[in-house]
Design a protein around this ligand. Structure first.
Ligand SMILES: Cc1cc2nc3c(=O)[nH]c(=O)nc-3n(C[C@H](O)[C@H](O)[C@H](O)COP(=O)(O)O)c2cc1C
Length: 344
């Protein structure tokens, strides 16, 4: 029904406006008595074979919602009814910020992809905490954190620490997002020495809490083998809890969308089917080269149960979806979980 009836209507409108329209629709529908139960009966698959335990956390199933969809943590309670095993909110920055000028979100229909240069638009830490206090505790919630665009390089760590310390009581795991192609100052966030400093600072802060939370690093799909070797070294040197592979790509190779259209769109991170192989390659490389030494959350271009199994076979322990959710709708989560059950 989603692909034949709902998607053709949604895809007629500006992608960002439709995103917020869908948010209020889901929120309002969920308030109607019986609708939550209807969503749950349509999309939820519960089975022992789907349950996972990773970095000390329990997941009802291995299919999560990737960061960027519920940036401000306003819809995770309702989204839990669509069958996800976990939801990652953010990227959250200390102060709220507008992000880049609009239009900044584009569909690439022929490629089943999206290009976005949102630029960490979010309402900031305090607003996120207000929302996270409403957590009904249905699922594991990840907190994806970043730095404000205006922050000077010498203060990047301060921004991550501010988010980490303030969100610590409210999320189950953390993701240091150092791989967004849309926020500038990329070079520093790719530098191994800086990453080492950042991870150690956050881990030190983690130790000040009674209960420590897992910390993961989210990386780009465009890293070469040498850079991936550095990531493996970094994770092992710091004992980081895991890696999320991957964020969006700056590469435009092999797209069906015309050069002219791509030029009109301009910069941004590419997601969806066109990055599937790239992100799977990164997962496989990290898993094989490290001898599966740390957990990996696989994300990038999962649009079918087959794509999901490919990521798991490559070495992912959990997976996440974003663009596939937009193109395929909520039945994708159910289809993936059913296939995983069959294989178990
Ligand atoms: C519109 C949009 C906004 C995103 N915002 C974020 C973000 O704020 N933080 C982040 O870590 N990833 C963000 N992502 C990246 C996704 O979490 C995911 O890593 C990427 O899209 C690849 O997965 P997919 O092919 O299933 O979409 C965003 C992706 C899209 C399409």
């Amino acid at each position: 029904m989603y692909k034949t009836l709902i998607r053709p209507i949604l895809f007629r409108f500006d992608p960002e406006r439709i995103h917020y329209f869908t948010f209020s629709l889901i929120r309002n529908l969920s308030k109607i008595p019986g609708v939550k139960a209807l969503f749950r009966s349509l999309y939820l698959v519960e089975d022992k074979r789907l349950e996972r335990e990773l970095f000390g956390l329990k997941f009802k199933n291995p299919v999560g919602l990737a960061a960027g969809f519920d940036k401000n943590a306003v819809l995770y309670n309702e989204l839990a009814n669509f069958g996800f095993g976990f939801i990652e909110i953010g990227t959250i920055t200390p102060k709220g910020q507008e992000g880049n000028p609009k239009q900044r979100l584009f569909r690439l229909k022929e490629d089943q992809g999206i290009i976005n240069r949102m630029g960490f638009n979010n309402e900031g830490l305090e607003a996120a905490i207000v929302q996270l206090k409403k957590n009904k505790g249905q699922l594991a919630i990840g907190g994806n954190i970043g730095k404000n665009t205006q922050t000077k390089p010498e203060d990047y760590t301060k921004d991550y620490l501010e988010c980490f310390n303030a969100l610590h009581p409210y999320v189950d795991y953390f993701v240091l997002n150092v791989s967004c192609p849309n926020v500038g100052s990329h070079a520093k966030l790719n530098d191994k020495d800086y990453l080492l400093e950042l991870i150690e600072a956050v881990q030190k802060a983690n130790k000040t809490f009674e209960k420590q939370k897992p910390i993961l690093l989210k990386i780009a799909p465009d890293l070469n083998d040498g850079q991936l070797d550095e990531i493996i070294e970094l994770v092992q040197e710091t004992n980081l809890d895991g890696v999320i592979a991957s964020n969006t790509s700056t590469d435009r190779e092999g797209l069906k969308t015309s050069e002219k259209r791509l030029e009109e769109i301009g910069n941004g991170g590419l997601s969806g089917q066109p990055i599937k192989t790239k992100s799977t390659r990164v997962i496989k490389y990290l898993a094989e080269k490290s001898g599966k030494a740390f957990p990996i959350i696989g994300v990038g271009g999962i649009h079918s149960a087959e794509d999901a199994l490919e990521k798991l076979d490559a070495g992912a322990d959990l997976i996440q979806i974003y663009t596939g959710f937009i193109y395929e709708g909520p039945s994708l989560i159910k289809n993936i979980n059913k296939e995983i059950m069959k294989k178990a």
